[in-house]
Write a protein that binds this ligand. Structure first.
Ligand SMILES: [Zn+2]
Length: 245
């Protein structure tokens, strides 16, 4: 093919042939592609949809109107938070993070069913932490469910300095030794001096960071890779900070 085309071009019409070859590739090669790319309207980048929060509960309306301005007020009055929007409004600096995802496979009469589960932690790195779980046939929805659960579960943490080596007044650790359980997992958080850092395994460390702790020793017993139990044990620990003192 190319040989015959070349021979024809060189034999018969040398100048037009060369010109054709010279022009050809740009026309056939670049022309249509470039033109199409230029003509094709660029798909607008999908922007994250920001949902406007419409409060559904009385408590939500009070928060939205500004009548209630802190999470402590709600906790003290013993009201139940049923909307994650309340937490988002009261703690705008809350970050959420996927802690663990997994697949649940089950045999049913129709065959195998596959679902996803996700564990998400939400914390503001300054005294608040919540952990939530979600399951769904779609991973994205499982994460969404877990995230809103985590927001609803946000707990305050009493921080302080319980270290005898430090004895400062800054809130960088737990005020005293706390122990929490979740399933088979037992976790102990022991106050540490400033500059120690968090002495903990990967995911436990990340959760404590999200909670806002900076220095602490930890011990863990049981099967800590089971994030379900581990996250419960951590939340239990952090709730214990209110138990004494
Ligand atoms: Zn200290």
């Amino acid at each position: 093919m190319s040989q015959t085309a070349q021979s024809k071009g060189s034999q018969g019409q040398s100048k037009p042939g060369q010109g054709g070859r010279g022009r050809g590739p740009p026309v056939y090669g670049r022309g249509p592609v470039g033109g199409a790319a230029g003509a094709r309207p660029r798909r607008p980048r999908r922007e994250p949809e920001e949902e406007v929060w419409v409060p559904k509960t009385v408590l939500g309306q009070k928060v939205a109107s500004g009548e209630i301005s802190s999470l402590e007020e709600i906790i003290e009055s013993g009201l139940r938070i049923q909307e994650s929007g309340i937490i988002k409004k009261l703690l705008p600096d809350l970050k959420s993070e996927v802690v663990d995802v997994g697949i649940i496979q089950k045999m049913t009469s129709n065959g195998q069913s596959t679902r996803f589960k996700a564990i998400v932690a939400a914390g503001n790195e300054n005294g608040y932490l919540g952990i939530g779980q979600g399951k769904s046939k779609q991973m994205r929805i499982a994460i969404e469910k877990a995230t809103s659960q985590a927001f609803l579960n946000v707990n305050p943490i009493k921080m302080g300095c319980g270290s005898w080596e430090c004895r400062c007044t800054q809130k960088h650790s737990v005020p005293f030794k706390v122990k929490g359980k979740g399933g088979s997992v037992t976790i102990e958080i022991i106050p540490g001096p400033r500059g120690l850092g968090l002495v903990a395994g990967g995911k436990i460390k990340r959760l404590l960071e999200l909670a806002g702790l900076k220095d602490a020793w930890t011990t863990a017993k049981g099967s800590t890779p089971t994030m379900n139990s581990t996250s419960k044990a951590i939340l239990d620990c952090l709730r214990q900070t209110f138990s004494q003192g």
